[in-house]
Design a protein around this ligand. Structure first.
Ligand SMILES: *Cc1c(COP(=O)(O)O)cnc(C)c1O
Length: 665
């Protein structure tokens, strides 16, 4: 959900509404656990509507409808029955004088898949890719004799939906954006303008801890546009998808080897959906043993917000477990107490390893043993697999189920939040409870014991799986291990480079090292310079960087995950930006910069502000917009809005873009 707020110059600014992140804020009280978005796909649909506009879309839909009308008329002439009284693009046929087997054989001869209902009726759906030759083929399949005259027959229009009460009369896509960009040149320019507003991996590293943003290599991504992967319906007969089956089988085998699990389900479309599916599998497992009462889910307070909200959605009751103040690890004494207190109805514990605080917990094996001893199951959130692949395996610690974020660890790009794939791996005792599917029997789950379905498609967003498959095959075992080692090394390098300037909140008590990400504690600057994490995050934009994860998992801090994809030069550049910001904070602390109007509080600096003749801030423009030698005019990414008013946006949820007037009658 996108809300509208305003920046310090009063311009409109669009941003994710508070409501969109509710699982992080409301945790087990949340009514949705959605984290990964389908923003990229939504943008594709939006661009389709922008390009064609209302008139173009009407043209397309009329053509589709006319094709359906022609097929309808032809089939009727050939003596078949069409059951849909009103239709747009879909016909429901009862064939007369032909068996379904015969229709199917003729359809397959023309390489056409139809929908065969269990009552022997047949479904035909058409879309705008249908050509005249496809219509001829369909009529041929159903033994129509006079195909050419049917194609030319204007009376087929008698059944048109335009002659019924279902004809649309209200206007649609009235917003100006849908009525402007109808040529390829205009469309490309418009998309480029939007792209120019974004900072992405083509500009600089994105240090979002928690949400691994690594290289999405071209070689891995190219197969996603192969027709063989994209132009295939999720419900095609399995013998037509042998390539997919091979890819899924190989990927499953590799992921089992990487994680130590026995079986994978590729149905969940995101990490959060994987959590939900994994927890439902745990519930079904308990129920199969007559232990329906087991419904308590223990979750450390450091857990990602999706964990408690998924548990709640899966019908469990969430109990929070404390973490140790000194190093952010799970408070084992508290866990023990809770496990014993709920021993009768303990369902599971959800842990993250390495922890969200960036620490490999020594006692992860003990945690699993403790929970098992009291009849519970262990869900290990696999989002931090980037720090484990090739080094250690959740299955070996004693964990029973995990999701993997293929869009984090395994290279699927998730700019804008999606599309994602959150397959879950399980130990064999949970395998019968994995998701199933009513149309296509998936590789996992068992029809009688599965808890059900989590996605419409049997293998989720399967067309992006070639990316993860190719990544694993290209890297090989040694390459994958090396990637993990470099990811951990990079995080430790940055944490050390910054140690004289910023405090790393949690390090391993024995080694003083971090895992693949680390938390920078900036909370003291509130007292010394009135500077908070958000000011640093905004100031980083002036240096050409996306902010790290802010205020999570610890309020008022910044979490950095460099990943293995960045070279030393880029890590240094980010560190230099942070060190330079630290100097600016010092300038505030020591009075050289104003405590209220300074480059941090006023960040980010827009081009408009910077070139304006009305500059009345007590620091030079150059310091605002070009704060480091590596920020150069020729590579500068200008933020398009200045500091936004978050509170205003949170309080004013605007779902309808101006200038359209909402009509809620
Ligand atoms: C990203 C993440 C999730 C949620 O995964 P989505 O695919 O975004 O739904 C869960 N747990 C952790 C630790 C994560 O980093």
């Amino acid at each position: 959900m996108i809300g509208v707020t305003r920046d310090m110059d009063g311009q409109d600014a669009y941003r994710l509404a508070l409501q969109t992140r509710e699982q992080h804020i409301r945790r087990d009280k949340a009514t949705s656990n959605i984290c990964t978005a389908q923003a990229l796909l939504a943008n594709m649909s939006a661009m389709y509507a922008i390009y064609h506009g209302p008139e173009g879309l009407k043209g397309i839909s009329n053509r589709v409808h006319n094709c359906a009308l022609t097929v309808n008329a032809g089939l009727k002439k050939a003596g078949h029955e069409q059951l849909n009284k009103n239709f747009f693009d879909t016909l429901h046929i009862v064939a007369h004088g032909m068996s379904t087997t015969e229709v199917k054989a003729r359809a397959e001869a023309k390489k056409i898949n139809l929908r065969y209902f269990s009552d022997n009726s047949i479904g035909i759906s058409l879309d705008e890719t249908v050509k005249t030759s496809d219509i001829s083929d369909l009529l041929w399949i159903f033994n129509c004799s006079d195909i050419d005259s049917t194609l030319a027959d204007p009376t087929v229009m008698n059944m048109s939906i335009h002659k019924t009460q279902f004809k649309r009369t209200s206007p649609f896509l009235t917003h100006p954006i849908f009525n402007k960009h109808h040529s390829e040149s205009r469309m490309v320019r418009y998309m480029k303008q939007l792209e120019n507003k974004d900072i992405s991996l083509v500009h600089s590293m994105i240090s979002l801890g928690f949400c691994t943003m690594k290289l999405n290599s071209t070689t891995e991504m190219i197969p996603c546009s192969f027709r063989h992967f994209t132009a295939i319906h999720p419900f095609v007969p399995v013998e037509q998808a042998k390539g997919y089956k091979q890819m899924l089988t190989e990927l499953e085998k590799d992921l089992c080897e990487i994680t130590g699990y026995d079986k994978f389900s590729f149905q969940p479309n995101s990490g959060a959906q994987g959590e939900y599916a994994g927890l439902r599998a745990i519930r079904s497992y308990h129920e199969s043993r007559g232990e329906n009462r087991r419904n308590i889910c223990l979750i450390p307070i450091s857990a990602h917000g999706t964990n408690p909200s998924s548990a709640q959605m899966a019908g469990m009751k969430v109990q929070a477990i404390r973490v140790n103040h000194n190093n952010g690890t799970i408070d084992i004494a508290h866990l023990k107490e809770k496990v014993q207190q709920h021993s009768d109805n303990l369902s599971c514990v959800m842990i993250t390893y390495p922890s969200t605080n960036g620490i490999f917990e020594d006692n992860v094996v003990d945690v699993c043993e403790l929970v098992h001893k009291y009849g519970g199951q262990v869900y290990l959130d696999g989002a931090n697999m980037n720090a484990q692949v090739g080094l250690c395996r959740p299955g070996d610690f004693g964990s029973d189920v995990s999701h993997l974020n293929l869009h984090k660890t395994f290279c699927i790009p998730h700019g804008g939040g999606g599309p994602g794939m959150g397959p879950i791996g399980v130990k064999s005792h949970l395998a019968p409870f994995l998701p199933t599917h009513p149309v296509v029997y998936p590789l996992s789950g068992s029809e009688n014991t599965s808890f059900g379905v989590v996605s419409a498609a049997p293998y989720g967003s399967s067309s992006i799986l070639p990316i993860s498959w190719a990544y694993i095959k290209l890297m090989g075992g040694r390459g994958l291990r090396r990637a993990t080692q470099v990811a951990i090394l990079n995080a430790n390098y940055m944490s050390k480079r910054l140690e004289n300037h910023f405090k790393t909140l949690y390090t391993d008590p024995n080694t003083s090292l971090v895992a693949h990400e680390f938390i920078i504690d900036v909370r003291d600057f509130k007292k010394t310079a009135n500077i908070e994490a958000v000011d640093i995050a905004k100031r980083l934009m002036d240096y050409g960087f996306h902010a790290p994860t802010m205020s999570w998992p610890v309020t008022g801090t910044l979490m950095v995950e460099p990943t293995e994809s960045e070279d030393k030069e880029e890590l240094d550049r980010f560190c230099e930006a942070m060190i330079s910001i630290r100097k600016e904070i010092q300038d505030i602390e020591e009075g050289r910069l104003d405590i209220r109007v300074n480059p941090l509080k006023m960040a980010p600096h827009t081009q408009k502000q910077t070139v304006s003749s009305e500059w009345n801030r007590p620091y030079p423009k150059e310091l605002g917009a070009f704060p480091a030698p590596f920020v150069k005019p020729e590579t500068k990414v200008w933020p398009t809005v200045g500091r936004i008013d978050d509170l205003y946006g949170d309080k004013h949820l605007v779902c309808t873009c101006p200038p359209m007037v909402p009509n809620y009658e």
